[in-house]
Design a binder for this molecule. Structure first.
Ligand code: SME
Length: 152
């Protein structure tokens, strides 16, 4: 898929996520459907959310294989995204120091932070691919737009 094709696919996904978000007040419910839409449309290996609960990232709604349930701040890709409050793109997870391998089939990953209305990180949106080099600035941009729909 070219970057242009990818962007136009994400454009449709964002529209679908916007309509799912409309009038929905429960963040878990919305995260569940957003994970389903993206996972189905993009055919990723694992698509899901972790929420900050009592100072730790706790597994939330997801699609894909069973995953690690709790991640500390600063640990792995998810904990790094949370601690540094930034989107982290990892072309090869085997080269990322401290990467937490929930599945040996995962080879690349992107993690996007989720914020509340005060700008605090309240969770992360994590996507794993079975291929290397899956995620680019295009994914970071569109997944950031989608993550912004969720206020938790
Ligand atoms: N690989 C992640 C852990 C979560 S799983 O990929 C679902 C990490 O290093 O934070």
């Amino acid at each position: 898929m070219t970057e242009t094709e990818k962007a136009s696919k994400y454009e449709g996904i964002l529209a679908e996520c916007r309509s799912l978000a409309e009038g929905e007040t429960d963040a878990v419910c919305l995260m569940a459907n957003i994970a389903a839409v993206i996972h189905e449309e993009m055919k990723f290996w694992w698509t899901g959310f972790y929420r900050v609960i009592d100072g730790v990232l706790v597994l939330g709604p997801f699609q894909g294989p069973v995953a690690c349930t709790r991640i500390k701040k600063g640990r792995g890709v998810c904990g790094t995204s949370w601690a540094e409050d930034r989107t982290v793109v990892v072309p090869d997870v085997h080269k990322f120091p401290g990467h937490i391998a929930c599945s040996s089939a995962s080879n690349s990953e992107i993690v996007v932070p989720i914020h509340n209305e005060d700008g605090q990180v309240t969770g992360v949106f994590d996507i794993d691919s079975q291929y290397f080099d899956t995620f680019t600035e295009t994914d970071a941009y569109w997944l950031g737009q989608i993550a912004a729909l969720i206020a938790i």
